[in-house]
Write a protein of this length. Structure first.
Length: 189
């Protein structure tokens, strides 16, 4: 995340989920807006597959009022196993319901490993979230594998915002950064 954030995003949060001899991995949020707070929650189902929810609260000063507003941003990488993924989705829904006031906007993004496309229904029912590509195009974006995207694994969910545009980042240099294509979503209050 430091490589990606180097000169573009001055504010970062990183939730380390797994540590091993060669390094570590986790979830990162890169922002041009400062964090008020952030925390990483362990939602691992086993010691072999470490997963987390990175939840940050950003401080925004939208024009023209200059009034400070909060934006909740969450980043996830869910389990490869459907039963574990369903449990993680319910934990995620409960987290949003219990810690984020209904009037505060939310963006939730990440790798949902949801090739059967069931997470959208669960998150709509449990946390009142909509998915950006479903909202604009009626279907999730194809993001995996990046060299020939066939599966719809990555998502951007939201609440309390309006989606203006969204697209997959399938051109250079984005397509070479991961085995998944990135998603770009423009939203407004």
């Amino acid at each position: 995340f430091e490589f990606l954030a180097d000169r573009t995003w001055p504010h970062t949060a990183y939730g380390k989920n797994a540590i091993y001899d060669e390094g570590h991995h986790g979830n990162a949020i890169l922002s041009r807006f400062p964090f008020l707070i952030w925390e990483n929650l362990d939602i691992s189902s086993s010691r072999y597959e470490r997963r987390g929810i990175l939840h940050g609260v950003l401080s925004l000063k939208p024009e023209p009022t200059g009034e400070t507003k909060k934006l909740h941003v969450l980043c996830v990488h869910l389990s490869l196993f459907e039963a574990d993924r369903r449990k993680q989705l319910h934990v995620l829904g409960r987290r949003i319901r219990e810690t984020i006031p209904p009037h505060e906007p939310v963006i939730l993004a990440g790798d949902f490993n949801d090739w059967r496309e069931v997470s959208t229904k669960i998150l709509r029912e449990e946390a009142c979230l909509e998915e950006a590509f479903i909202k604009l195009y009626g279907k999730h974006a194809r993001t995996f594998p990046s060299f020939l995207p066939a599966l719809r694994l990555d998502r951007v969910y939201f609440r309390g915002l309006k989606v203006i545009s969204c697209r997959t980042l399938n051109e250079s240099p984005w397509a070479e950064l991961s085995d998944h294509l990135g998603l770009e979503v423009e939203m407004e209050w």
